[in-house]
Design a protein. Structure first.
Length: 399
């Protein structure tokens, strides 16, 4: 092959290997490690009575955009179903599918209903913190209970599952997305002024809040300041004079914090009661889960989030969590490639089987070779089968 022909073949191979932005191949040992971590997360979730379900990757657009799915409308890939001639969508989030299953296929199942899932989602755009558009979600939903115990349970199940998978230095940040709208609705502001004030609160711009809120500035400023470690934040919140609905929401927050702290006294719990961005469809307590290493060795990154929302046209309440596997894996040590044993061609099958039963992985030789050790090294094995025993390969410096 001439140099020009080789270059043309190489260029063609490069084009074939090119993937769309935000999509990637996951190779060994990372693919196996991802599967192992998912299995651990699911095992500890199902141990709490959450029943695993598997919705389809693609379904009708109207289903994906109902209820909590409305928040994902701009991120859904759409395609026409050649059978029904109806528009379909590739799921961008699995929570809405759990809501559909709970209110249709399982509408007569006893409440509270506990469901869990794992699956891939595809999004038209990535977010600023994660360039991936194809993501793996592991999650759980607790449907049909309005209790504070349900809010606490969903947080604690997520924490336990993450700890079981090896994630350390976890923390949870609790929020009350409906709180700010509830307070602002009682102030008698014009729609324009209320929108400006809400935007300033979202930015946590205290100066703008004080300017826009007038006589109501002290309470709103204290709400903005009630952010941080749970004990200090709760002390500030308890001293505020708030409307009854807002006070009830904060009382619920206090109860949930106490339940979580009693079950996980070592867990770092922080509060951000006015945070709303990214939690627009939540109707009660919401939360984010953080772990060190998920965005760098010394940075805490978000590995999951969840909270309370309404399903079935608002007639039923639910709470749940979603874990982001790509971020979870970043919070764990890098996987180690499994060491394998090379089995020379002609080795009796029962001997190879015994090696696997003992817990080793084997690579079977498919043709005779003059030097089994050299072949084992070429294939990336750490050991080879020699005279009825597992022999370790000599390091290159010893050969």
């Amino acid at each position: 092959m001439s140099e020009s022909e080789f270059s043309a073949v190489s260029a063609a191979a490069g084009r074939l290997a090119l993937l769309p932005a935000g999509l990637r191949d996951i190779l060994s040992p990372n693919a196996a490690n991802e599967a192992r971590v998912i299995d651990l997360l699911m095992a500890h979730t199902t141990a709490h009575g959450y029943e695993r379900v598997k919705p389809p990757l693609v379904e009708f657009e109207t289903s994906l955009l109902s209820g909590p799915g409305a928040a994902t409308g701009g991120r859904i890939f759409r395609l026409m179903d050649p059978v029904s001639q109806r528009m379909m969508g590739v799921r961008a989030d699995m929570t809405v599918q759990m809501a559909r299953i709970a209110t249709s296929r399982l509408k007569n199942a006893p409440r509270p209903l506990r469901l869990c899932y794992v699956g891939q989602v595809l999004r038209t755009t990535a977010n600023q913190l994660n360039p991936e558009r194809e993501l793996v979600q592991v999650g759980a939903e607790l449907i049909g209970s309005e209790t504070a115990e349900a809010d606490a349970e969903i947080v604690l199940v997520a924490v336990e599952a993450l700890k079981a998978a090896g994630v350390s230095e976890l923390s949870v940040d609790l929020m009350v997305p409906p709180l700010v709208p509830t307070v602002l609705a009682t102030l008698g502001l014009s729609a324009d002024r209320e929108a400006q004030l809400r935007a300033a609160i979202d930015r946590k711009d205290i100066a703008a809040v004080e300017t826009l809120a007038g006589d109501h500035a002290p309470v709103l400023s204290k709400l903005l300041g009630a952010t941080g470690q749970k004990d200090e934040a709760l002390a500030v919140l308890h001293g505020l004079d708030l409307p009854a609905a807002a006070r009830a929401a904060l009382d619920r927050l206090t109860t949930v914090v106490e339940l979580i702290a009693a079950a996980e006294p070592g867990l770092r719990v922080t509060l951000d009661p006015v945070e709303n961005r990214g939690f627009e469809y939540h109707t009660g307590i919401a939360f984010s889960l953080f772990a060190r290493g998920a965005r760098g060795e010394m940075v805490r990154g978000e590995v999951g989030r969840g909270g309370r929302y309404r399903v079935n046209g608002g007639t039923e309440t639910a709470t749940g969590f979603t874990l982001y596997i790509e971020m979870v894996l970043q919070a764990l040590p890098d996987p180690i490639r499994r060491e394998t044993v090379f089995i020379p061609h002609g080795t009796p099958r029962d001997e190879a089987h015994a090696i696997r039963v003992a817990g080793h992985a084997t690579v079977q030789g498919l043709a005779p070779v003059a030097d089994a050790a050299a072949e084992a090294r070429r294939l990336g094995c750490a050991f080879y089968w020699l005279d009825g025993k597992i022999a370790a390969l000599a390091s290159p410096s010893q050969t």
